[in-house]
Design a protein. Structure first.
Length: 267
């Protein structure tokens, strides 16, 4: 049984699709692309698809992951292309590797996020980020299935920085069209802890400790997720071990083919 790991995106209006909506769209794409899926046993067989750490509804993402199991082997590049063509624009399959290692879900240790704060001055966002980082504990509360839960949002944040964004045109138009609305960008790295700390939890923490309150909801995009490099604080590629394993297997396969080839002697 061949296993293939895929990275996909949620862009534009498709960021509002729920995880269940994506599951339905992806299973339709599997049928449309005629992927030879392996199925579970039992009275209600379903295709063997494993989803890992999906982003919240309404959040855009450049780094969502899943794994599929095939009943018959296929070329990974062909599979990625066929599935990408079978999904609507915005849900894009952007990378694929053959699964050659175990423990993939455990590699997704952290996410790198970008928050676009319309109406917030970049200098104010930078001040708030510094206050947040110098605060030892930032407690926030969130409604869960088990009721209101309070946890420390600061403990999960390993990096937080502010950056300028291109100014947006004034929404009033007319003579004010030349005016612009300030816009700040926050980029942060968040560990995947239990309970999970989401970008909106960090925004709640910024509001409570630094009085940062964007006038409109933030535009949230997950830029990456994967292993956390403790030395640099960056999020690295979770497919790297599979790529390394594939590269290491090439000389072995070439050696086996050479050994199996019949020796040709001179006349």
């Amino acid at each position: 049984m061949q296993r293939v790991r895929l990275r996909y995106t949620k862009r534009g209006r498709l960021r509002f699709t729920s995880h269940r909506d994506f599951q339905r769209a992806f299973e339709r794409a599997l049928r449309r692309a005629e992927v030879p899926m392996a199925y579970s046993a039992g009275f209600t067989p379903h295709p063997k698809v494993s989803y890992a750490n999906a982003a919240p509804t309404g959040t855009a993402s450049e780094a969502e992951y899943l794994e599929i199991a095939l009943a018959a082997p296929r070329e990974v590049a062909w599979l990625r292309e066929r599935l990408d063509e079978s999904l609507p624009p915005g849900l894009d399959i952007v990378d694929a590797v053959e699964a050659r290692t175990s423990g993939f879900a455990e590699r997704l240790e952290a996410s790198r996020w970008e928050l676009r704060l319309e109406g917030v001055d970049p200098a104010e966002a930078e001040r708030a980020a510094k206050v947040f980082l110098t605060t030892s504990s930032v407690e926030v509360s969130r409604e869960t299935k088990k009721g209101i839960r309070t946890f420390d949002a600061r403990a999960a944040v390993t990096a937080l920085e502010a950056a300028d964004a291109f100014a947006s045109p004034s929404p009033s138009g007319g003579s004010d069209a030349l005016a612009s609305v300030p816009c700040a960008i926050l980029r942060l790295v968040v560990r995947h802890l239990t309970p999970a700390v989401r970008p909106d939890d960090v925004l709640s923490g910024l509001r409570s400790v630094a009085d940062l309150a964007p006038p409109v909801p933030a535009g949230v995009t997950r830029l990456a997720q994967g292993p956390l490099d403790e030395r640099t604080g960056t999020v690295t590629d979770p497919f790297a071990p599979d790529r390394d394993a594939a590269t290491a297997a090439l000389p072995t396969a070439a050696g086996q083919q050479a050994a199996a080839a019949p020796e040709i002697t001179g006349q």
